[in-house]
Design a protein around this ligand. Structure first.
Ligand SMILES: Nc1nc2c(c(=O)[nH]1)N[C@H]1C(S)=C(S)[C@@H](COP(=O)(O)OP(=O)(O)OC[C@H]3O[C@@H](n4cnc5c(=O)[nH]c(N)nc54)[C@H](O)[C@@H]3O)O[C@H]1N2
Ligand SMILES: Nc1nc2c(c(=O)[nH]1)N[C@H]1C(S)=C(S)[C@@H](COP(=O)(O)OP(=O)(O)OC[C@H]3O[C@@H](n4cnc5c(=O)[nH]c(N)nc54)[C@H](O)[C@@H]3O)O[C@H]1N2
Ligand SMILES: [Mo]
Length: 694
């Protein structure tokens, strides 16, 4: 595209439009400069309004990651013991023939295919390199299904119950808000392009309040910071409602016309005076009153009040209920009446993705499959076959994920992956902690080397990714690897012949103008400016459902409530500190940890602790410490810092285990207990103790 001259191809410079593939709400439009077939620079596309020509530090290092000397460029077969990380180079044909034979043998036993499990998440958010050809392959094979809960399932389910779908305010309108509550989100680190709009609002006089146990980079830049204990957001939201009711800062007309279950919610909220919530949250009643006053003032003056939640606050036992309560708040004050009022956690429900056309569940052909929860992979890999569980897991095919590093309760995950009788195939760019346990590692292309099409969970634009360079070495797109695996298994359905461009077109069908995508790299979805100004929620009742009949029918509380942590602060003498493990700014989950320039920015694995907690333990800044609980021990450096509040320590994630001090990371300590709704993990619901290394 856009050749700038007619130089010979090896000297020609071109710019190629792409999309950032990473698991981030921003989904930026990329502009890659290619010279002589080499990608020399990756920038933000200045023509895409949400990207605004700016990228985060990590993605601007994309060429460094792509041409990293440790990229896996050929298929590899294990030669040493499981987990030793020793491999030999083999040909694609040898690898695929053997993998097909191994999977075929497992599938040949009665009900055998269910012993095979795909394990994937959002290493790329691309709809083609994510679940298209891969899903077709596993459906045709009849493998177990995977419940992809690792990140957002509690909050997603909560939004669906309350608002009807994963929908909310449009990103651009935050610039016009007068009050923004940044709730459980370190936006500067993990939602930078939202922060641009929030900053614009701030410059125009809006008040910004950050609600987060950690004094994050974002909290530093807000007018106020409410450092509550992890997992207490539901109590805070109920006390806010209490104050809105007591002071009559309510939009009675909106409540009457567009909500369901107000009387019930009102009675529950009245049980939560600020004094009660303050004790639970570990903050002062006055902080709660002041927050309620700010929010209530917007009701009185009809100024738009916005809430940007992020998934950080739902990684606790009561995460689903807390998101439900916060998602109810805008309806109490009628904030939805204004385009710059309401709440946004995820915008992904706006995208008309044709999942069935991409994934072809019809290939299951009436076979019913069990579903394995990716959050409990540690336990599930160690489970024997039984009538209730079905066959023991005998084969894993991992792509777009690094479970050995990112799944909770690593000791069990590692024991599972180390099983000599487990056959594991990993599609990867690098030899991650997970790839160390593979029987085969298959080299996958990066976003610069393949086609894809994208949605976003932070804005409402569809993006297209064109390949900028040829695949490096013998790397192939995930889609192509599954296409060839299907062929080696003898699957001959025509859908295995669809190429990647055809899959890109399939993703949205006629809902998006594909020519516009090809030309601009992005296309904006049409949607109302203030979608719920007059109700019209995509719930069964069309109202904002404070009370969910669907949850009540399922035997759960129909009304949201504060649900305490599994490991509640103060509940254990042995483990008196609450630990959260939010993302490090220069990593993307465990991606980029092996990029040296970014790892140098993060330094080393560390635990932030308040000075009072350090003094009580005789610990100094820079000490090597043991962080431990009933599940394990993790050693790292201590940083005494006011980013940590008393009683809470922050273990920034997610390091590669093998790049840590003792071959572990923070997930050595996290548990496999699940959230209240959504079956999601509870990474930030974790009690620990910290001591000097002995
Ligand atoms: N740089 C960078 N960007 C990322 C990621 C990354 O790893 N690095 N991860 C991406 C992914 S996968 C996701 S899902 C998104 C969102 O990823 P999230 O995990 O939501 O990350 P953050 O937006 O940083 O929000 C986490 C914030 O929530 C706070 N928090 C922890 N527990 C609680 C709690 O109980 N209550 C409240 N109120 N706050 C709490 C943490 O201290 C932290 O500041 O970001 C994406 N963007
Ligand atoms: N303690 C703690 N644990 C956490 C979190 C936390 O905050 N604290 N966050 C959780 C959250 S929100 C999430 S979303 C999960 C994320 O967990 P994962 O989804 O596993 O994400 P990553 O760790 O980024 O690993 C993605 C892998 O996919 C690979 N990859 C990228 N693109 C491609 C491709 O095109 N093809 C192939 N084959 N591979 C590709 C990358 O090289 C990388 O190794 O982690 C969770 N774990
Ligand atoms: Mo995530």
């Amino acid at each position: 595209m856009n050749p700038t001259s007619s130089l010979p191809p090896d000297l020609e410079t071109t710019q190629v439009l792409g999309a950032c593939p990473h698991d981030c709400p921003d989904t930026c439009s990329l502009l890659t400069t290619v010279k002589g077939g080499i990608a020399i620079k990756v920038q933000g596309n200045p023509k895409h309004p949400h990207t605004g020509g700016a990228l985060c530090t990590k993605v601007s290092r994309y060429p460094e990651r792509t041409y990293h000397p440790e990229r896996i460029l050929h298929p590899l077969r294990r030669v040493g013991p499981k987990g030793a990380g020793r491999f030999e180079r083999v040909s694609w044909d040898a690898a695929l023939t053997d993998i097909a034979a191994r999977l075929g043998a497992i599938a040949a036993a009665p009900d055998g295919a269910q012993a095979i499990l795909p394990y994937s998440y959002a290493g790329t958010m691309g709809l083609v390199q994510g679940d298209s050809m891969s899903a077709r392959f596993f459906h045709r094979l009849g493998a177990s299904l995977l419940d992809r809960t690792i990140c957002s399932a509690a909050g997603g389910e909560a939004l669906t119950q309350t608002l009807g779908a994963k929908v909310g305010m449009r990103l651009e309108f935050f610039a016009q808000s007068r009050l923004i509550l940044i709730w459980g989100s370190n936006s500067i680190a993990s939602n930078l392009h939202f922060w641009r709009y929030a900053q614009k609002a701030k410059n125009q006089g809006a008040k910004l309040i950050c609600i987060d146990p950690r004094r994050s980079e974002t909290a530093d830049k807000c007018h106020e910071h409410i450092a509550l204990l992890p997992g207490t957001d539901g109590a805070l939201a109920l006390a806010l409602m209490h104050e809105l009711i007591r002071n009559d800062w309510l939009d009675h007309d909106y409540l009457a016309q567009h909500t369901l279950g107000w009387d019930l919610l009102r009675s529950r909220a009245l049980q939560w005076p600020p004094e009660r919530a303050a004790l639970v949250c570990g903050i002062s009643p006055e902080q709660i009153r002041s927050l309620a006053r700010d929010y209530g003032d917007c009701a009185a003056s009809r100024a738009p009040a916005a809430i940007r939640m992020n998934y950080g606050m739902q990684r606790v036992h009561g995460g689903g209920n807390a998101v439900r309560l916060i998602a109810c708040l805008p309806a109490l004050i009628g904030a939805w009446r204004h385009p710059a009022g309401g709440v946004l956690l995820s915008s992904s429900g706006n995208f008309p993705v044709r999942r069935a056309a991409l994934e072809r569940p019809d290939l299951l052909a009436l076979r019913t499959r069990r579903t394995i929860n990716m959050a409990t992979i540690g336990d599930d890999l160690l489970r024997a076959g039984s009538a209730a569980f079905g066959p023991a897991i005998q084969a894993l095919v991992v792509y777009n994920s690094n479970p050995v590093a990112i799944a909770p309760d690593s000791a069990k995950v590692v024991r599972g992956f180390a099983r000599e009788d487990l056959f594991t195939v990993v599609l990867e760019h690098f030899q991650t902690d997970t790839a160390d346990y593979a029987d085969y590692i298959l080299p996958a292309t990066t976003q610069l080397e393949h086609w894809d099409v994208h949605m976003s969970y932070g804005h409402t634009d569809v993006l297209l990714n064109r390949p900028a360079i040829a695949p490096l070495g013998e790397a192939k797109p995930n889609s192509q690897i599954f296409r060839e695996l299907a062929s080696h298994m003898g699957f001959d359905e025509p859908c295995f012949g669809d190429d990647d461009l055809a899959l890109c077109r399939t993703a949205y069908g006629d809902a998006v103008d594909f020519d516009e995508l090809l030309g601009n790299g992005f296309a904006t979805l049409a949607s109302a400016q203030a979608p719920f100004a007059a109700g019209n929620f995509p719930t069964p009742s069309g109202k904002c459902e404070f009370f969910s009949a669907r949850l009540a029918t399922a035997g759960l509380d129909g009304l949201p409530d504060h649900v305490p942590n599994h490991e509640a602060f103060g509940a254990s003498m042995d483990y008196p500190l609450a630990m959260i493990s939010p993302p490090a700014r220069n990593f993307l989950n465990s991606t980029f940890v092996n990029v040296k320039s970014l790892r140098d920015l993060e330094g080393e694995p560390l635990l932030e602790m308040h000075a009072a907690d350090a003094a009580a333990r005789g610990l100094q800044n820079g000490d090597t410490v043991r962080v431990f609980n009933q599940r394990g021990v993790y050693r790292c450096k201590l940083r005494v810092s006011n980013r940590a509040r008393p009683g809470v320590v922050n273990g920034l994630g997610v390091w590669w285990r093998k790049l840590g001090l003792d071959g572990t990371n923070v997930n050595q300590l996290t548990s496999q207990a699940l959230t209240d709704i959504g079956r999601a993990p509870t990474f930030y619901d974790c009690l620990v103790q910290v001591a000097a290394e002995t």
